[in-house]
Design a protein around this ligand. Structure first.
Ligand code: VGL
Ligand code: ZN
Length: 206
């Protein structure tokens, strides 16, 4: 198979804290690793994202008066409060040990500003502050994106939706993702992604 130069694989937040035993563990989060590694073989370009928070991050319940998994209002809109996770330089913020990372062209870190969370690989949660990823992809003439990782209903969803709105052709590999599923967020995620023309496939379809 010829690897297409106009396509890139984006693997979202496959980090210890989102895997079993982690600080914000997603059920079966580690199950995406094997799928992610298999997908990488098929792509010329792989990009990894890494949730990367300072300890005083405002999305942490410990830095606010609310409980984890409840909503608060931030200047940029409502924000779920999370347990402390993916603290810069911690073992929890490291990629899962079995994830292939040597072949990645780029690692995008996000969520490093204490005042604002960043689910998406493209924009922080104000939907305005850019990570620079869209420019990088355009400079490299990438038009088609495939995504997998954690979590389906937060960082994968936000990344896929922003990418589609920016005009990229987006495909999400469902079995390469696992969800947090907070108050119906998984169903809402697929509804929004499909309504924007994002394709849902299984890794076995490739
Ligand atoms: C994520 C919640 C908080 C994710 C990151 O990677 O989906 N979710 N930070
Ligand atoms: Zn986070």
């Amino acid at each position: 198979m010829t690897k297409q130069t106009n396509s890139a694989l984006i693997l979202i937040d496959i980090q210890n804290d989102f895997c079993p035993g982690g600080k914000l563990a997603v059920v079966d989060g580690d199950q995406v690793v094997a799928v992610a590694n298999k997908l990488q073989v098929q792509f010329e370009t792989t990009i990894l994202t890494q949730d990367w928070h300072p300890a005083d991050h405002k999305s942490f319940a410990s830095n606010q008066s609310g409980e984890a998994f409840t909503l608060i209002e931030m200047p940029y809109g409502s924000q779920v409060l999370w347990p402390d996770h993916c603290i810069q330089g911690s073992q929890g913020a490291a990629f899962h040990k079995d994830l292939e990372t040597d072949g990645a062209d780029l690692v995008i870190r996000k969520g490093f500003r204490p005042e604002i969370d960043s689910y998406s690989a493209f924009f922080e949660n104000d939907h305005e502050t850019s990570t620079g990823l869209a420019g990088y992809l355009r400079e490299r003439a990438v038009t088609n994106l495939m995504m997998a990782g954690l979590a389906t209903d937060f960082c994968v969803r936000y990344s896929a939706v922003d990418a589609a709105k920016l005009g990229f052709e987006v495909t999400v590999v469902e079995d390469g993702c696992r969800a947090i599923d907070l108050d119906g967020s998984l169903d809402a995620a697929w509804e929004e992604m499909l309504s924007l023309g994002i394709k849902r496939i299984q890794s076995g379809d490739l």
